[in-house]
Design a protein around this ligand. Structure first.
Ligand SMILES: [Fe+2]
Ligand SMILES: [Fe+2]
Length: 168
């Protein structure tokens, strides 16, 4: 279904469409994270990915909760954007030989994922508020907060350690 296909008529339709997009994205991220955990060498990075896998399972539950609050079916729709980000992450990490450079590559890929999630949740929260669904907005805001915290933590790890090791 194209983003501007004709079954999206109202802001409410667009909200539901985008909720189904992030639902698909979160499920793909849940599948991709174990591979990133396997590839990471730095113990702190590995632990960070493990923690975010747990959080991601919670994100999926919260998105389901929003479907329920909004009274629509929990359904996934393909999101080529997240597929592309995850595919590129896999390609790049497959091409990196040095373990420490690989950790830097994994952080960069993970941050691309976090930023995708942040843009989606930011939009969904704004639309939920506009639609008078502050209940949905509040649940979505919990996911956004965890994505932002993860992104910040990755920056911190990269700048304080991983990039330095990769440059050695
Ligand atoms: Fe997430
Ligand atoms: Fe995330």
């Amino acid at each position: 279904m194209g983003f501007f296909s004709k079954d999206i008529k109202t802001l409410d339709d667009l909200f539901v469409h985008t909720l189904r997009d992030i639902y698909y994205a979160e499920k793909q991220i849940e599948k991709a994270l174990p591979k990133m955990i396997d590839k990471a060498t730095d113990p702190q990075l590995k632990a960070g990915f493990e923690k975010h896998l747990d959080q991601t399972k919670g994100h999926i539950e919260r998105v389901k909760q929003v479907f329920e609050l909004h009274g629509v079916k929990a359904k996934q729709i393909n999101c080529p954007a997240i597929d592309g980000i995850l595919e590129e992450a896999d390609d790049v990490s497959g091409d990196v030989d040095d373990k420490e450079v690989l950790d830097a590559a994994l952080i960069a890929s993970a941050q691309a994922v976090e930023h995708y999630e942040m843009t989606r949740y930011g939009t969904l929260i704004a639309w939920a508020k506009q639609l008078g669904r502050s209940d949905c907005a509040n649940v979505l805001a919990k996911n956004l907060k965890e994505e932002q915290a993860t992104d910040r933590k990755l920056t911190e790890m990269a700048e304080s350690k991983i990039n330095l090791q990769a440059a050695e």
